[in-house]
Unconditional design. Sequence first.
Length: 513
Amino acid sequence: MGEDWVLAGRYRVDAPIGSGGMGEVWRGYDLQLDRMVAIKLMHRRTIQARPGSAEEAELIKAAEISRERFLREIRTTARLEHIGIPAVFDFGTDPETDRIYLVMQLLYGQTLSEMPGPHAVSWAAAVAAQMATILVDVHRVDVVHRDIKPSNIMITDGGLVRLLDFGVAVLQGAAALPRLTQVGQTVGSPPYMSREQALGNPVGAPADVYSLGCVLHEMLTGALPFIETPTRSYQDHHINTPPRSMRSIAPDIPATVDDLVLRMLAKQPGDRPTAEEVYETLLPLAQPSGHERSTVDDDGRDPRRPFVRPLAPAPRRRRRAARPADGRPVEPLSIDEAIEIRKQVRALVTDGHLQPAIDLLSDAVDRAAHNPELELEVSVDLATTLYAADEFSRAAPLLNRIVPELAKRDGEENETVLYLSYIAGVSNAEAGRPEAALAHLTAFLSHTNTTDAVYIDARYQRGLMLHAVGRTEEGIAELSGLLPLLVQQYGADSVHVRSLDRRIEQLRRHTAQ
């Protein structure tokens, strides 16, 4: 046996557990805290562009931004304290290989892929209900897992359900290249992939609900909702084939569960229930009764065990301005305080500490309610900081409110108004609100005649949003009009041009179906 492989002078890497397209997972040992851990080593990214070209420089810069975004999302995941999420202990970069590593809690149990169905309704409902509580917490911080499938769902001792591969899923979601070069790429596993994932469109929380619906269908019937054939791929089914009632396969399945799964598998993200709704619907069915209840303790990994005392999602915590201990109302925000807070926020953002900056600004917005003009100014800072932190589902409604107010006050061609219109378009697109995104992007482009990266991205996003609202021909025209500009800037054989060509062809195939 050779020398021990030790990461960061602390983590001994022992034996491989598994591997995938994003990296490998190893069983390891924390030499300082004397405990077993799981270590995920991510593959290194490669840049495919002509050496020394402007495109290579842009892609290298984008990869660096992607790396920072990945590390920030790992920090976000580490803040979650749900029992169904493996604890994040540490992360960093191996100086010898320049590979990112993630150190997490090592779990013991069985994955659903090792426990094929069909299962009893209460058993399947218990698994899905616990999964729903995990997704509630995850979605509240704008993290989307993107790869819900049986091999990523583990039942551990005590019947607790754990959702695996957060680090890898987050990395898959973080763009390694600019949005424009991500066209046609899909993240997830084809049998469980939502329609928007199959189309390569932006995905949000409803994508995880859809995948969980596929898993629940499989647990109850022993079969996936859609079967791939030589003439019909999984992606084709997810995009075009309506889901069928499970009762046609298993008539004993309760109508409430059948209806829930049909809604979870809705083609349009907005038609699906939230994770909280999934939990509330399944909770009554996840609690064993009669003979089932008496046999639960015979199996230490029965997912129904925790429902002797239901694991309800924690109440949504809304951050509010801190109140004095004696219960007196908080002092209204003064202009001098606002200036000082904005100075602190700039320093925090410069140092990459976005969450403390968001907390400061959230308090400030609450305290500025007495002064609409001051509240608007602080809200602008909060919206731009939320956008910088990729918290799009929080940024979008705030931007939807303040952009019209600023446009009315300062004019639609004001530089700040135009920038906020652009990030409002991107935020709404990422949050799965194509109509609002289209309106903001159209407003931005109607008053912009530059050809910089923001202009290019706005036109590209507008083309995708036209497709998302059913105006695909207009979307194709928008994207086609962007091609000459990319050819001029990057060359006809650049990654940007090839990717946009693939996306346009993808949309054309979609209209032909």
